[in-house]
Write a protein that binds this ligand. Structure first.
Ligand SMILES: NC(=O)c1ccc[n+]([C@@H]2O[C@H](COP(=O)([O-])OP(=O)(O)OC[C@H]3O[C@@H](n4cnc5c(N)ncnc54)[C@H](O)[C@@H]3O)[C@@H](O)[C@H]2O)c1
Ligand SMILES: O=P(O)(O)OC[C@@H](O)[C@@H](O)[C@H](O)[C@H](O)CO
Length: 539
């Protein structure tokens, strides 16, 4: 029996057991770093889930290990308070980072760089006052975000404010609840306290993420201004990029939900209480995070109050144009569109592991065509990373990594929020180049697959649970009346969806592929096995 090791500040004091188990520990003084960071915070992060913990937390850990920084990250959650209560507090904010290599080896390191975890609840005076204090500190340099794409949205697909955003607008900064309102309210505190500059950095997978974050924050502030909650001087502060900058970024590291197999291996090595939890808000999280080794973070170097030496931890610091090119390369052509195709077809064809799908002749061909034949011709080379090398690594090393417990079900989450970026941008590039996107086959097939996925019935006729999506109810309504095995039940139900430029970034009929997608979809509802047959026909 191994000695029991507890992931806690006291637990990691007995270094020998951890070393014996092959788990690296922080060489810096975790308690001192936490104490110093609480006294003068420099970096706050919102959306403190899996990728943040291993990748951004790993960057801060690396800077501490190298001695180029003596501060960690202050973690803030606006959405899922269970994350703080179940995963941060019981483990003294420590993270067990597990890297799953392609050769089957794993690297394990405890990260001590997450120094405080705060629930942003404006109704809880203690936590709200603490947040105000942090934002009032002139030394605070940056606030970053991984709150998922939907965390930035203020309006629904009809262009109306969501009801929770409407409440945030009506209730003003003191009662903010959503991530955007909380951020705007805390920037207001900073403005009132010191007017010091700050960088507000989205690290989510959305195209032009900095612009998206900026638009949402400035819109919230403008609505509050109209209602008299904040003055014009604050509006000017938030709109002045010399004072409040919104750098663009590109982030890349496949970070699956925590796997039971990894929890078991850690427990067998002697680390106690490693079980994953699924919170009531459906965050899949554990005291550990499992992820692949490759990682890329590219950030626009626009930090008006200075910044940690991120480049020392492998972050590419560059200009906005280069970030935009890298981001387009990854999110719109070389990685995420492939992922979404594998997500929807994986659910339809009964897969539970992305790596297994790469052994499937049709699915492997589908993503090769999306990335290599259809995506690559419209990629603009960002120079700092080679698109060809990048896509080759994605297709041949990263997605097929058999040790990565990544699932189509995870990637299928919130697809309605992503299709516009993952496919719409490439479709628009073809329209700009050739006048239409008619020559595309694999991308329309991926979109038809998503529509077919929304029926929640797989290729064997068995029903499956759709992954969460904020538009799920609305989308299901679009498809009402469609029956598998009865192609006459299709009477044009997809037309509203496929013509919705809010979802796809472009009206797909105007792009010349709406009819083709309908045709593929109808072929896919013909009966059992129709999805497989359709893939074979087109690939
Ligand atoms: N996991 C990956 O492979 C990966 C890779 C690159 C980029 N990303 C980006 O990071 C995001 C988060 O991924 P993750 O793996 O950490 O997910 P996760 O589920 O582990 O964490 C998501 C975090 O965002 C918060 N959140 C969710 N919805 C929110 C909302 N509406 N408003 C505010 N906060 C909200 C959650 O509470 C949680 O803290 C992704 O959506 C993507 O944009 C993820
Ligand atoms: O994180 P999401 O939900 O935007 O998308 C799911 C995956 O495609 C994504 O997480 C990838 O794993 C990631 O983009 C790789 O860097």
């Amino acid at each position: 029996m191994e000695d029991i090791m507890k992931l806690s500040i006291n637990g990691i004091k007995n270094t020998t057991d951890w070393e014996k188990a092959g788990i690296k520990l922080p060489s810096y003084d975790v308690e001192k770093v936490a104490e110093d960071t609480k006294k003068s915070p420099v970096w706050v992060h919102f959306g403190i889930g899996n990728i943040f913990r291993i990748f951004i937390g790993g960057i801060a850990d690396s800077l501490l290990e190298q001695g180029v920084s003596d501060k960690g990250i202050t973690c803030v959650e606006t959405f899922d308070f269970d994350v703080v209560d179940k995963i941060y507090k019981p483990f003294d904010n420590l993270v067990m980072a597990v890297t799953l290599k392609e050769d089957g080896n794993t690297e394990k390191k405890v990260l001590g760089s997450l120094t405080e975890a705060i629930k942003a609840q404006s109704y809880s005076q203690k936590e709200w006052e603490r947040l105000k204090e942090i934002f009032a500190d002139p030394g605070l340099q940056m606030v970053s975000f991984t709150i998922t794409e939907k965390g930035y949205a203020l309006k629904d697909s009809k262009g109306e404010f969501f009801s929770f955003i409407r409440e945030d607008i009506d209730n003003g900064p003191e009662k903010a609840t959503s991530a955007m309102a909380v951020t705007a309210a805390l920037l207001y505190e900073r403005f009132k306290a010191c007017k010091a500059p700050i960088a507000v950095v989205s690290m989510d997978n959305c195209s032009h993420n900095g612009e998206k974050l900026r638009n949402s924050i400035t819109e919230m502030v403008s609505e509050w201004n109209k209602k008299g909650f904040v003055g014009n001087d604050f509006v000017d502060y938030v709109n002045n990029e010399e004072l409040v900058s919104f750098p663009w970024s590109m982030i890349d590291k496949i970070t699956p939900r925590p796997a039971d197999s990894v929890a078991k291996a850690l427990e067998e090595a002697g680390v106690e209480d490693m079980s994953p939890v699924i919170t009531s808000k459906k965050t899949y999280i554990a005291p550990f995070v499992n992820a692949e080794g490759p990682q890329y973070l590219v950030i626009e170097d626009r930090f008006p109050n200075g910044r940690p030496q991120l480049e020392k931890a492998g972050v590419f610091m560059t200009d906005r144009q280069t970030v935009n090119k890298v981001e387009r390369m990854k999110v719109t052509t070389c990685l995420n569109p492939l992922h979404t195709a594998l997500a929807v077809y994986g659910c339809l064809l009964g897969y539970n592991l992305i790596a297994d799908e790469m052994k499937d002749k049709e699915l492997s061909e589908l993503v090769r065509r999306i990335g290599l034949s259809e995506g690559m011709p419209v990629v603009i080379n960002p120079e700092i990373i080679s698109p060809q090398k990048f896509v080759d690594e994605v297709l041949n090393v990263r997605i097929p990594n058999p040790f990565m417990p990544d699932t189509p079900q995870r990637i299928a989450t919130d697809t309605s929020q992503k299709v516009g970026i993952r496919y719409g941008e490439t479709i628009k590039s073809y329209v700009a180049k050739d006048g239409s996107a008619k020559e595309l086959i694999a991308i329309p097939l991926a979109i038809a697959g998503w529509c077919r996925y929304l029926l929640g019935i797989d290729d064997n006729g068995e029903s499956f649970e759709l992954s969460p999506d904020p538009m799920a109810d609305e989308l299901k309504k679009h498809l009402s009346g469609i029956k598998i095995g009865d192609i006459s039940s299709y009477t044009g139900q997809l037309k509203n969806l496929l013509s919705n430029a809010n979802i796809f970034g472009i009206n797909l009929y105007e792009a010349g592929i709406g009819d083709k997608i309908e045709e593929m979809f109808v072929e896919e509802i013909a009966g059992k096995g129709a999805i497989r047959n359709t893939l074979k026909k087109y690939l």
